[in-house]
Design a protein around this ligand. Structure first.
Ligand SMILES: NC(=O)c1ccc[n+]([C@@H]2O[C@H](COP(=O)([O-])OP(=O)(O)OC[C@H]3O[C@@H](n4cnc5c(N)ncnc54)[C@H](O)[C@@H]3O)[C@@H](O)[C@H]2O)c1
Length: 318
């Protein structure tokens, strides 16, 4: 490839119709660099690049980066194709992984054949602790023994899942971590469970943890199953005194709220202002969100982030 034809080659911007990508496309055109914008429009929008479409130096191609790419030439690649918001990248983890792994692999191949550089966008959460803001960049390159307990637990879960087992046995996995990290790990595990539909046998002595994570709970007493049932069954109909003592008599109302979901009490079609809660949010977390936001109604969204109704304070005590 000679330099002259390389100079007419476009800069490829994947995710170019997204938040960062659309500004980058604009900036490159300002520098008189032709742009080939690639986007599946999963979270991005043509509205973001509306003003660029008439520019002859700008081309848009609707395409998923995890599909085989067909690019003749490029002067460089900015790979920004990946939903950035947790709501979006957690909605379909398989697609997110395909985008991040196969998409990146495809674009690295393009960079290699065209002999150009690739800039890869990422989020520092992949190697850091999402609870810490802003992220120090000091996590990168560490070995597991150099990580904190919570980080090691994440690595452990990732390693276990990497082999794609039918069934996962986790024996008190979060027992040794602090409450904040434990909370974050429980949320992550619940997402993993929902999205991979793997059977997870999870051993815990923490009733709240069991009620939060389980679809079915087996309460063991002296080597036998004292009760096997859904969290709601166990709270509402304990099979014996041992089970009701084990579950605890205090705060049963709050425990019930923590096993019931927003989806059980949704008011479909109604609207409210503010950041939406997910359908799978527990009523306890909904109550907490209402208290923090000083409101008695919150919008609710589905897995794709579409607002589909509201949850109201009065519905929590029905
Ligand atoms: N916005 C920030 O503050 C920020 C900070 C650090 C890192 N990043 C990273 O930068 C990248 C872009 O962030 P953003 O805020 O512009 O997000 P965004 O969701 O607005 O943009 C991502 C774009 O990628 C497109 N896309 C997603 N999957 C695709 C696929 N498989 N094929 C083709 N296109 C696809 C989406 O439609 C969207 O237009 C992400 O990797 C994000 O993690 C963003």
């Amino acid at each position: 490839m000679d330099m002259l034809s390389r100079q007419s080659a476009p800069m490829i911007v994947t995710g170019g119709a997204g938040f960062l990508g659309s500004h980058l496309c604009e900036r490159l055109l300002d520098l008189d660099i032709p742009v080939l914008c690639i986007d599946s429009l999963i979270t991005g929008s043509l509205a973001n690049i509306e003003g660029l479409l008439a520019d002859p130096r700008f081309q848009f191609r609707k395409m998923d980066v995890s599909d085989p790419p067909e690019f003749e030439d490029a002067r460089g690649i900015f790979n920004l194709a990946c939903p950035a918001s947790p709501l979006h990248y957690q909605a379909d983890p398989i697609r997110t992984t395909m985008t991040s792994v196969r998409g990146t692999f495809n674009l690295l191949e393009v960079a290699r054949t065209c002999g150009v550089q690739l800039l890869q966008a990422s989020t520092s959460e992949v190697y850091g602790d999402p609870a810490i803001h802003p992220q120090p960049e000091s996590y990168r390159g560490k070995y597991p023994h150099q990580l904190s307990g919570g980080e090691q637990q994440r690595v452990g879960v990732a390693r276990a899942l990497a082999a794609d087992p039918e069934l996962l046995l986790m024996d008190e996995p979060f027992a040794a971590v602090d409450p904040i990290t434990r909370d974050a790990l429980q949320v992550e595990l619940a997402y993993i469970h929902r999205s991979t539909a793997k059977t997870i046998v999870f051993v815990t002595h923490d009733v709240e943890e069991a009620l939060r994570l389980a679809t079915r709970i087996a309460i063991m007493h002296e080597g036998r199953i004292a009760q096997l049932g859904s969290p709601l069954d166990i709270l509402e109909h304990p099979a014996s005194e041992f089970v009701s003592d084990f579950v605890g008599h205090q705060g049963v109302g709050l425990k019930l709220l923590s096993v019931r979901k927003v989806s059980d009490r949704l008011r479909p079609g109604e609207t409210a202002d503010g950041d939406p809660l997910h359908l799978d949010t527990s009523l306890r977390d909904a109550l907490s969100a209402m208290t923090m936001r000083l409101t008695d109604r919150l919008p609710v969204c589905d897995a794709e982030g579409r607002k589909i109704g509201v949850i109201a304070l009065a519905d929590l005590v029905r």
